[in-house]
Design a protein around this ligand. Structure first.
Ligand SMILES: Cc1ncc(C[n+]2csc(CCOP(=O)(O)OP(=O)(O)O)c2C)c(N)n1
Ligand SMILES: [Mg+2]
Length: 566
């Protein structure tokens, strides 16, 4: 579309479409009329715009943008209402920043003027929502923030925001939108033209890759600690092959993604020990905190490589993990380059000997994990047992995605493919699971998307809003609540710090119980979901199969509330 006149609001939406935004997740307010006007314009006069959805809670909107990006690699937009809406976006921002999830976050800024301009303050909230520095709420979490000053800046600013969000390391960006500016009409050069600024994607220099490969090849006892995952299906395959060829175990301690298949001979489970103890070379893959320095220490002569989009996690004031070599760049590109470099050499016989020893240990460890999981049934349901049952449920659905937020643990699952398993970010902003599942489902309504969440995490996810969105947008997610009627993690932390303390000895540990609990089946049914409660282990598989059948035949959401052992 050539030069044309429109409001800044219309131009903003059009420009977002042009830089690849499919959806706007919006929680509207009095700052939105210029945007609503633009969306309602069906004259064909305006350029194409993203599809906009009313999302009843901002936390849901942020999680949806997060989940959609995980599924597609395409950053989306969240629009919130002034400072109050923005405040509800902060947890989502913490999670997005931790995971390098690019997204465009916008919120109105209360009208600057008290009178005299179109869009000036009209009701008392115009004064009540003023802040000296609204951006301060989110600034630490975003890579770039700015307030829209003049309507004609829209195109340049969106292009700049997009380039920054998508540059290594990726992350969210924020712009505030004063209502008068948003309502102002200006002339815009072709808002649908392609973006004008290419993102800066970095990867390590060849000599750094060569040095890392040299260290890996010479190591007698190398170990990989992977948290953020290898970054792409190609890198997943390459890492599986590299670790197989060179006999390198991969530890998934607090991993948020799968780095190699769970039944790979080098899949070393989720425990740091015994792998850390005799490692002479550790390679961390996008790992914020691969072990707890308080209890675990690598050998003094152990060489350590850290790789990832921001391998030393420069945003955090305190983080002292040693790095003898740091490879900064897109994780996928780094792993692919490293795998190619390693392929130029044949592994020594020592690696072959090491292989059988490690494979034997991982096999034994996995057998223990599975035995412990199976031991959960039939007496009582454990989280590990739910992992087993969900693994079985999706065995013939390679497209399935399982998201876990204090839900199913990874180790007992059998997952062979990349992009099937997602753990809540290590920023721990709870309430991520359901919204992220909704966003992932929006990317493909035929995919089987399962959110497995603790009962506390379910409540944090704002279930009324989440189920409303699932129904409104035809997103047939399966929610599985692992319900122990408490904040178990808080109990575990208390027992960990005070094993002989008063709280452990008390009948009811303070500040951990979630009793009396609402009937979660009814909460889901309030949005006309298929929902069932399961207490008997013998009924879990049948319930999962029935839920899946319901989803596949009706295209509507389902929920199972599973009573799990505390
Ligand atoms: C927004 C937010 N509030 C509080 C916490 C602190 N917190 C961490 S784990 C947890 C309990 C989670 O309970 P649940 O989801 O039921 O899982 P469980 O520990 O019982 O397995 C809480 C409250 C947090 N991480 N995020
Ligand atoms: Mg719980």
């Amino acid at each position: 579309m050539p030069r044309s006149q429109m409001t800044a609001g219309a131009a903003l939406l059009a420009r977002l479409k042009a830089v690849g935004v499919d959806y706007v997740f919006a929680n509207a307010g009095t700052d939105f009329p210029p945007l609503i006007e633009a969306l309602a314009d069906t004259t064909g006069r305006l350029p194409p715009m993203p599809e906009a959805f009313a999302i009843p809670h901002e936390h849901t909107a942020m999680g949806m943008a997060h989940g959609y990006y995980l599924a597609t690699g395409r950053p989306q937009a969240v629009f919130a209402h002034t400072n109050v809406g923005l405040s509800n976006c902060v947890i989502g921002g913490i999670n997005a920043a931790a995971e390098h999830i690019p997204m465009f976050l916008f919120s109105g800024r209360t009208p600057v003027t008290e009178a005299g301009r179109f869009g000036s303050r009209s009701i008392p909230i115009g004064w009540g929502q003023e802040m000296r520095d609204q951006h301060a709420m989110i600034r630490e979490l975003v890579k770039w923030d700015y307030e829209l000053r003049f309507p004609e800046q829209v195109g340049d600013l969106v292009d700049r925001a997009a380039a920054i969000a998508l540059s290594t390391p990726k992350g969210p960006v924020y712009m505030s939108l004063p209502r008068e500016t948003l309502a102002e009409t200006a002339t815009f050069e072709d808002p649908s033209a392609p973006p004008r600024i290419a993102p800066a994607r970095s990867q390590p220099a060849p000599d750094e890759i060569a040095r890392a490969a040299d260290l890996l090849r010479k190591a007698k006892s190398p170990v990989i600690f992977a948290q953020g995952g290898p970054g792409s299906p190609d890198a997943f395959a390459a890492l599986g092959e590299l670790t197989d060829t060179w006999a390198i175990p991969v530890v998934h301690y607090w991993a948020t993604r799968l780095a190699i298949p769970t039944d790979h001979p080098m899949f070393a489970g989720a425990e740091v020990r015994p792998w850390l103890d005799d490692a002479d070379l550790i390679m961390m893959i996008d790992a914020l905190a691969p072990w707890a320095p308080e209890t675990d220490t690598p050998r003094a002569d152990c060489k350590i490589i850290q790789l990832g989009p921001d391998p030393i996690f420069s945003r955090f004031p305190v983080r002292g993990y040693r790095a003898d070599l740091t490879l900064a760049g897109e994780t996928s590109a780094t792993i692919l380059a490293l795998a190619a470099e390693m392929k130029r050499h044949a592994p020594p016989t020592a690696a072959k000997r090491r292989y059988s020893r490690i494979a034997k240990a991982t096999r034994a460890h996995r057998a223990d994990v599975l035995r412990a999981a199976e031991a959960g049934a039939p007496a009582r349901i454990t989280k590990a047992w739910v992992s087993r049952c969900i693994s079985a449920l999706i065995a013939d659905r390679p497209d399935a995605a399982v998201l876990s937020e204090l839900g199913c643990p990874l180790a007992p699952m059998t997952i062979q493919l990349p992009d099937c398993w997602y753990q809540a970010p290590n920023s721990g902003g709870l309430g991520w699971g359901l919204p992220a599942a909704l966003g992932m489902q929006l990317a493909d309504r035929n995919r089987l998307v399962i959110a497995t969440v603790g009962d506390g995490s379910y409540i944090f996810a704002n279930p009324l809003a989440s189920h409303q969105v699932a129904e409104a947008l035809d997103l047939p997610i399966l929610t599985v609540i692992l319900n122990n009627v408490e904040w178990g993690a808080v109990r575990t932390a208390t027992v960990g710090m005070y094993p002989e303390g008063k709280a452990v000895g008390s009948n009811a540990m303070p500040l951990t119980s979630l009793a009396p609990q609402p009937d979660f089946v009814k909460v889901a049914e309030a949005s006309r979901a298929w929902a069932r409660r399961v207490e008997d282990p013998a009924e879990l598989t049948e319930a999962l199969v029935a839920a899946r059948r319901h989803i596949e035949t009706t295209g509507r959401q389902a929920l199972i509330d599973v009573a799990v052992a505390a």
